[in-house]
Each structure stands twice: as structure tokens, then as C-alpha cells.
Design a protein around this ligand. Sequence first.
Ligand SMILES: [Zn+2]
Length: 193
Amino acid sequence: MNQNEMLALYENSGALLTGHFVLSSGRHSARYLQSALVLEQPQNSTQLAQQLVNLVQGEAIDLVVAPALGGLIIGYEVARLLNKPFIFTERKEGEMQLRRGFTIASGARVLVVEDVITTGGSVRECMAVVKACGGVPFQVVAVVDRAPDAEGRFDVPHQTAITMQVETYTAEACPLCAAGTLPAVKPGSRGHA
Ligand SMILES: [Zn+2]
């Protein structure tokens, strides 16, 4: 699968949204990817997870870890294809933690998986938890990178199946706001997320 075929999966799933969106950062954008709609179909999850597995060929992996909620489905599917165990970190009262009795063996080589990376905040917090628990995160893979030019977000190599430079604007500089024909919506509203 090449990048266009993967984007077609998003488009055919109604997950490549076009409109006028307010992102969680507060910036405005004309496009939004809703991975949950793609991963709704298990065969799509398998296909996308296989792309991520291809990015870690030859690596010794003890454990796959993902930050909840975004990374859960794709992380589990990657682990299933690799035949490795899968656990996840989650936020409680805003703080990323390892819960539910999950443990990480000291020195375990950990692959970190996420669905969509923008700033990388969830992934960094997940990696910090892994390290605090004795694991060694060695690589990050994600389906989509919304800011492929933002280097230095992680202190380990990271690869994504789809890179997508989405233009974002401050509300003041947003051409869609200036046009005034389409109100800005949060992707979380009206069933988008
Ligand atoms: Zn706008």
C-alpha cells in the first residue's frame, strides 16, 4: 500500500473531513482526519497496522505500548501481527499512567504506537511512563503525522505510514473565517469525534 492508497482508505471511510475545523490546539484548519472511522472496519486496521509493522522490520521487540485512547486499536493490531504482548497507558486526572495491573519487565524493548501524531504530547507522556516503569522505548510508529516537519518531538526514531502537511491558521489569520461562509466547528462536535 502506498500513501495514496492509505489516504483513499480514509476518504472512502468518510474519515478525511473537509470543512472548517477548530483543532485542539485552537488553530483552524480546512482538513481533519478522523482515524476512528477508518479503524471501524477491522480489515482497514489490519492493512494499516501491516504498514507500521513494515517500518520496524528487523527490530527486537518485547512489548507494544500505546497511549489510550487514540492508539488502542492500531496498537493492538500491530502487536497481534508481531505476535507480541500489548499494553496501554492512560490518563487519570490528566496524568498519563500505567494502570490495570500492567507491568513492564526491566530493560524490555518497547515499540510505541499511535494513530495520529500532531504535537506528539501523548506519545511523549506514554514514553515517560514506559521509562519510569523500567522499559526502553526504542521507536515510535504512527499511522498519520499531521506535522511531519516538526523534528525533535521524540528522543527516539519515529516513522509514520502517512505524512500529511495540513495547513493550520490562527483564528485571526484563517482564510475560512475571513470568507465567512462556513462556521468553524470542533471536530468533536456534531458526531465528528
Ligand atoms: Zn477559521
